[in-house]
Design a protein around this ligand. Structure first.
Ligand code: CP3
Length: 336
């Protein structure tokens, strides 16, 4: 049996066409998701195996994408560390008690992954076609630490940086502990059946590459290095120089947003991306043009088609379906 298309793309093996999936494909762009959300809270959905599996499979059924991405949040693994997290409507993750001191870090427990999430992985893997991949994911150390220190989404992560520069010992203790938890989590996801792990260090672009190398890269390398499956390493708003540091930290595939070019990722890695999600709000002709440009840039190398960041909630789901078929059909023809 051959491995799923996405797995082979990550390994840079020959593939019959370009795989396509979307970050945040499960969620608010889908009416069937919103209907479930009216009756259940976010962490209730994510923490009930049947419901989690259902939401994970919704976009696969509707769009025919080449991968399912496990329905969870980057804050899911920290719930088990004794931190109260709520997803506030229109805001994002809000933490009950911010991490401010070494004592706060010492109170964080490293615990076994939630069995409900692992059960959801098993259900999805059983129901998914063999050629489609199940992606499990984990937040990047900077991005998750940022939410814990700020207490809520932030534009500039000033509190986080202040802690990092003023109390480097506390910072390293915090990242060390998060990394211990993430390693247990991603390994358990793979053991339960996840084919690929993506690490979302979404907000890492606020750091200089020098600070990234000192304060973040060792922890990312430890997490990615612990995964016995292909990995995708993703960040947004990063410069070429920071991108190179991220790639050094790991990832079989590197995920980029629309500010960079696919060619900015060295050919020794697969590359994922990178249409601006806002383009999908335009008429189809404009969407198709952007998709063609990205496919053109990915020709001749291992490319995983995706947006440069998550699907916007206001996106018309029919555009995602059409886009999926377009990528799958046009890249098949190109190789015959
Ligand atoms: O990709 C998928 O389809 C799987 C599900 C997924 C969610 N969160 C579900 C979710 C994934 C991969 C994530 C990752 C995540 N969560 C990231 C990294 C990716 C990125 O977008 O940069 C980040 C930064 C978060 C934190 C987070 N969670 C924010 C900022 C928000 C609120 C804003 C938003 O975009 O929704 C959430 C909530 C969240 N996570 C929702 C979903 C479906 C919406 C919750 C709801 O139903 O109301």
């Amino acid at each position: 049996v051959t491995a799923p298309l996405l797995v082979r793309a990550c390994r840079r093996e020959p593939i019959e066409r370009t795989p396509v999936w979307f970050m945040r494909q499960a969620g608010r762009s889908l009416p069937e998701y919103r209907a479930l959300r009216e009756r259940h809270g976010f962490f209730e959905l994510a923490g009930t195996p049947d419901l989690c599996a259902e939401v994970t499979l919704q976009p696969v059924r509707r769009h025919g994408v080449d991968a399912a991405v496990l329905f969870a949040d980057i804050m899911s693994p920290v719930l088990g560390m004794g931190i109260g997290v709520e997803l506030a409507e229109g805001v994002g993750p809000v933490v009950e008690q911010r991490i401010e001191s070494r004592a706060d870090v010492e109170r964080l427990a490293v615990t076994a992954p939630d069995e409900a999430i692992l059960e959801a992985v098993r259900i999805v893997r059983r129901e998914l076609d063999a050629e489609k991949a199940l992606i499990g994911f984990c937040g990047g150390p900077f991005t998750v630490a940022g939410y814990l220190v700020e207490g809520r989404p932030s534009r500039d992560f000033t509190r986080t940086k202040a802690l990092m520069y003023r109390e480097p010992g506390t910072w390293h203790a915090l990242l060390d502990r998060l990394t211990e938890q993430f390693v247990l989590y991603v390994r358990a996801l793979v053991s339960a059946g996840a084919d690929v792990i993506q690490l979302f260090d979404s907000w890492v672009g606020v750091l200089s590459f020098v600070d990234y190398a000192e304060f973040v890269a060792p922890y990312t390398a430890r997490t990615l290095g612990a995964v016995h499956a292909p990995t995708i390493h993703f960040g947004t708003g990063v410069t070429k120089r920071l991108l190179d540091e991220m790639a050094d930290a790991g990832g079989d595939a590197i995920g980029i947003d629309w500010r960079l070019l696919l060619e900015d990722v060295a050919e020794e890695r697969a590359v994922q991306g990178n249409v601006d999600p806002a383009v999908l709000l335009a008429p189809w002709g404009r969407v198709e043009q952007s998709v063609r440009d990205v496919l053109e840039a990915g020709t001749g190398r291992s490319h995983i088609f995706n947006l440069g960041h998550g699907v916007l909630p206001e996106t018309d789901p029919d555009v995602l379906t059409r886009l999926t078929a377009f990528v799958q059909e046009s890249t098949t023809e190109a190789r015959v």
